[in-house]
Design a protein around this ligand. Sequence first.
Ligand SMILES: *[C@@H]1O[C@H](CO)[C@@H](O)[C@H](O)[C@H]1NC(C)=O
Length: 379
Amino acid sequence: MIRLFQLLVLAITLGTPATCQLDKWAKAAGLKYFGTAVDNPALNNQGYMKIARDTDEFGSITPANGQKWSNTESSQGRFSYGSGDAIANIAKQTGQLLRCHTLVWYNQLPGWVSSSYSKDQMQRIIATHIQNVAGHYKGQCYAWDVVNEAVEDDGKMRQNPMYKAMGIDYITHSFKIAAQTDPTAKLYYNDFNIERCCNAKINATYDMIKTVKAAGARIDGIGMQGHSRVGKSPSKKELKDTMAKFSQVVDELAYTEIDIRHLKLPASAADNQQQAKDYLEVVGACLEAPKCVGITVWDFTDQYSWIPGQYSGEGEACLWDRSYNKKPAYSSIVSLLQSAATAGLRSATSSPTAAVTARADATAEVVVVTTLATVLARA
Ligand SMILES: *[C@@H]1O[C@H](CO)[C@@H](O)[C@H](O)[C@H]1NC(C)=O
């Protein structure tokens, strides 16, 4: 019994699947990070913050709203950074990466930007906005979602105020200004419904990226948001096919806003098993796509998920429920990351020493858990 007790303690110390953490294993498996969005209303929730700041859990954070145009320049030429800074400061303190989000988007856009402007005027408006906002966060952002959601589902360019004034040049212009303002940030194009190969929107996005790069702008990455629905989520193969296509035009890919919502609530145990499977397709696809650098969930707890507000009657889309219990999807993801790390599916991205330690941990853990299972089976 003493031996059993010691094994239990050892297993718990090393981290059983139930306590094991996402970013630690994502890095050991060769990803740059496993991240989460964080929104300002959650900042004074201590239970929430303990998890959000846990660098073994999340290696990257994304301000859910704080850096959007409506928050940073709600009236022309008057910039405010309070909401964005509150979240960027967490990353400064913890050393987490910051995925900055987003500079040019048609939504949460202040009314004054939506007036009708000449091409020159809009060009100046965009430049001023990016120079100020990306300038303010210069050096802090691992990546910037420079342009968000510029393409419609049918493959046409979205007729937003920027497009109406400048045509597709607004995208080229935005990426050029962002590159001048914060040269070390990875510059991303970010959108939804560009996960399942290969719809009209994916094809149009691919063409748009080529056009913009041919016009002299740098685009480093494509962010696939990855909002999807339990039981209707793309398969790993569909996801990988898209990434193979996008890999031809950019150096990096990432899932930037993952949540997988139930269409009927409350979710049953079987629904949550299906949700776990759906999450695994995404994580598995990222692990198997050489250019996929990381995965961000669009918040980690149902308590702060945007889904119920957007899709009435749907939800429970996150890895933790609203009472902070981890769902089956959480432990499934950790197990998958652990096996990828142990199998050396791709080379670990953390420093060689850290990677070796993480792998040694992984092996030790598998051994301990296996031994423990054997002992328990005999007892
Ligand atoms: C997207 O492009 C691929 C490859 O060129 C093509 O096979 C497919 O039919 C296209 N899809 C649509 C919806 O246009």
